[in-house]
Structure formats: C-alpha cells, structure tokens
Design a protein around this ligand. Structure first.
Ligand code: ADP
Ligand code: ASP
Ligand code: MG
Length: 437
C-alpha cells in the first residue's frame, strides 16, 4: 500500500482538488493524507490569537471572512444539489464550532481544537466530492489513531495497532482518506504535529503500515539544492539519503517537516517528493542509499540564539560539559550546534521559552554571552572522512562574511555555519555560486 500526502496548495482550489484523481488513480490500495486548504491554518491561528487576546469582534470578523472563502469553494467544487447541501452542512458545522468559542474560556486546549478544523474540513469536503462523482472512498479519522505521548513524540505501535483495526473494517475498499497534522495527546485532547505536520503524518502512517512508499505531493518538483524562495536557479535533487533529507528538513528546507524523515527511515519506507502541478517530473527519491562525495544541498534555519559559556574551570577539567548540558536538559531545550575551545563552549538553541532561567543557571559556571537573531546555514552532502576539500570550498565561498560558529565532522554529511540573520541571503547565494554554478 502507498501513502500519498497532498499539501495545502495541492488542495488549494476546487480545481486542484478535482485534479487529484489524475494522481490518485484509485486502482491500488492507498491512504491519502490531506492538509488544510492553503491559508486556512494561518487564518485559524489568527482566529485563535484574537480569542486569546479576548478580541471577540476580531475573531468573529476573521471567521466570517474565512467562511466566505469556503462558501465560494463549495459552489465550485460540487455540481449536484445534494453534494452542495452536504458541503454546506459541513461548512456550517465547522464554522458554528469556531464561533462557539466566543462563549467559553479560551486556553491553549481550545486553540488546538481550532487549529484542527482545517484538515477536518478539507478531508471531509474531498470525501463528499468523491461520493458525488461516484468514487468510493473511506474517511479514516486521524483522531482515532494518530497519538503523541507526554513528550509530544508519536507512538508508532499505537498508531499501527489502531490504524490496522480501522483498515480491517473495510477489507474490500482501496481508497482511504485521512487528515494530516492532527492527533491526540497523552490526555486524549486534540493536538497537532506542529506546523507543516501533514508530512509527518504521512511518514508515520507509512511506518505504521510498512507502506511500499510515501509520496509527498507539493508545489515544487522535489528537494532543491538551495532555498528556491531566496536563491535563483536552484535545481531539484534526484536522490537523497534519509540522513541528508533529515538534516535539510531540520535545518530549514520547508518542503519537509523537520521530523518527518525519521519514521520512514526507521521503518525503511522510501519517500518521494513530487510536484502536483507537474506529475510526470521525477522529483526526489529519499532512501537509505547515498551518493558518495557530493555536496547535495544548502538550507537555512532562522531564529537561532547562540550562547557562549567561558570558564577557566573548563581547563583540563572533566564533567564540565555534562553540567552545562544538564541545564538545557532540565528546561527541555534542545541544542542544535556545539563548538568548544579549551576554556569556552558555544551552543545554539531555537527554543527560547526558558532562556532566562537557563542563563541564570549558566552564570554560575562563568561568563555567559548571548547573541540573538542568528541563522544556521547547513551544507549537506556525503563528505566521507577520506575525502578532502569540502570545508575549504565552503569557507572560501563565505570568506567575506563574519562567521560566529562552524561545525564540521559531527557527521559525515553536514557542515553547519552560524551567521547573523542579516547575512543569510548573501551566505546562501555565495555558497550556491561557489558550490553549484
Ligand atoms: P505543502 O503545503 O505542500 O506542504 P510547503 O509550502 O510546506 O508545501 O513546502 C513546499 C515549499 O517549500 C516550496 O514551495 C518551496 O518554496 C519551499 N522550499 C524551501 N526550501 C526548499 C528546498 N530546498 N527545496 C524545495 N522546496 C523548498
Ligand atoms: N495545515 C497545517 C499547516 O499549515 C499542516 C500542513 O499543511 O502540513 O501547518
Ligand atoms: Mg508543508
């Protein structure tokens, strides 16, 4: 069985939704994961923010504006009265729910319920559409099988078991549709897999059912060798290893959710990145294989904070780094990059929720300096230890730009650079010219 995930733009208009059948071709058994219609999750977030700010009027205006868009959407999607009526009932139900929060205490729990509505709407609309045109499909409620634990980690055995129970109820059906992004947390509440999480859903389902392949259908022909939103002339990469793809996704290549590679990698399910607008383009195939000795791609992650801890106590001492890392562990704050000298260590983080507490504790070790607004630029490829010259080419390309940190050798497929956010565009372009042109 294959898993096919379609992103927001791929379901972004009634025509796009109708055209999905050209790709899905329901001959073989498949699970189709849909995102919300593009722009919807952003609007839902704005609605939640208005509620959180107790601005009920703003929330109501935003709800009306979004509903108006869906009213046009269903008029174009359905051609029969019955289809349209079903679509209208669906829209009314979800928008009444959004409005009902005006009468309730609004917390992060209600916010997550609001954020879930986009995928619930898109999948049900599509299911009603397929029914209207006589294509049989089964809607699988993601909230019945997609589950995360208290650390927000998906529980694959739970997903696998519950999905199997659902699928077993439809032994003769071949087309299954489910919601990306949404899940239940350890309290049983509605939650989500973070922004862009539908890719993660697809990979988790792929792992849970040991799928033949996961296809991520989006608005570009695969993973490009640099950020196409910033650099001109980027090109799709034909093949990537899971490690390379994970690194790129984690360090900012928006085409893939940062964690989405791991389930597929662990359960050895190949992932293909494909373009809905150009279905015959080869796209990118992600598997365990890697192409030796090649620089593959560049990605960048913004919003990074660098922390330097300088202490003479580090000199010839053991256990110092452990104590530093324990501070981050206590505040559940992941570290991305690390560089050390004999008397200082620099680390980067992107979650600054507990920064003040972290800094307070670190101050007891020595002098602490903080740099905000940094960007990690990550060059990814297969740089085996026996190879030489990669780091030199990278540094040569950016010799005119101040470099705060550099990390090489942590793995054989990544060189990470920390630069000021204002220098990011220049770094990406210079690297591109030097490495790929
Ligand atoms: P979807 O809504 O289908 O999930 P996304 O917007 O999340 O789509 O991801 C696709 C977008 O990712 C592309 O339109 C592109 O602008 C952006 N992107 C960023 N970096 C890369 C990259 N290295 N390769 C391809 N696309 C990238
Ligand atoms: N709709 C969600 C978002 O916009 C999930 C996704 O599109 O992958 O973040
Ligand atoms: Mg996405």
């Amino acid at each position: 069985m294959k898993v096919l995930k379609f992103g927001g733009t791929s379901v972004g208009s009634p025509d796009r939704m109708k055209n999905l059948l050209d790709i899905i071709k329901p001959k073989n058994k498949q699970i189709v994961v849909l995102s919300a219609v593009s722009g919807t999750t952003n609007s839902l977030l704005e609605i939640s923010q208005a509620y959180l700010a107790e601005d009920k009027q703003k929330a109501s205006d935003l709800i009306s504006a979004l509903k108006a868009k869906y009213e046009i959407f269903i008029k174009e999607l359905f051609s029969s009265d019955e289809g349209y009526e079903n679509g209208k009932d669906l829209i009314d139900y979800h928008f009444n729910l959004l409005s009902s929060f005006a009468n309730e205490l609004f917390t992060a729990i209600e916010e997550k319920v609001i954020l879930a509505q986009g995928e619930l709407i898109s999948t049900t609309l599509y299911h009603i559409y397929l029914t209207e045109i006589g294509v049989k499909s089964v809607l699988l409620p993601a909230l019945d099988f997609m589950k995360i634990d208290e650390d927000n980690e998906p529980i694959i055995p739970f997903i696998s078991e519950h999905l199997k129970v659902l699928l077993d109820q439809y032994p003769t059906d071949i087309l299954f549709i489910t919601q990306g992004y949404i899940c239940r947390n350890s309290f049983g509440e509605i939650d989500n897999l973070r922004r862009g999480g539908s890719d993660y859903t697809a990979s988790l389902i792929g792992a849970a059912i040991a799928a033949e392949e996961v296809q991520i259908w989006t608005d570009i022909d695969g993973m490009h060798n640099n950020d196409p939103r910033i650099v001109k002339g980027t090109k799709p990469i034909a093949v990537l290893s899971f490690d390379e793809a994970a690194e790129l996704a984690y360090f900012g290549a928006k085409i893939l959710h940062p964690q989405s590679v791991f389930p597929a990698q662990k359960y050895k399910v190949p992932v293909r990145l494909l373009n809905t607008m150009e279905p015959d383009a080869p796209g990118t195939l992600i598997t365990n294989e890697s192409e030796r000795g090649k620089i593959k791609s560049i990605a960048a992650k913004d919003g990074i904070t660098a922390i330097k801890i300088q202490s003479s106590r580090m000199l010839l001492a053991y256990g110092f780094l452990r104590r530093v890392f324990e501070v981050f562990e206590r505040y559940k704050t992941p570290i991305d990059m690390i560089t050390t000298s004999e008397v200082a260590v620099s680390v980067t983080i992107d979650e600054t929720q507990h920064l003040d507490e972290i800094l307070k504790e670190l101050n007891s070790f020595g002098t602490v300096e903080v740099d905000h607004n940094q960007t990690i630029v990550c060059v990814v490829g297969d740089f085996g230890v026996e190879k030489h010259g990669f780091a030199a080419r990278v540094l040569e390309a950016i010799k005119h730009i101040p470099l705060r940190m550099i990390s090489y050798g942590g793995s054989s497929y990544n060189i990470s650079l920390l630069v000021k956010n204002v220098d990011k565009v220049e770094v990406l372009r210079s690297l591109h010219n030097r490495l790929f042109e």
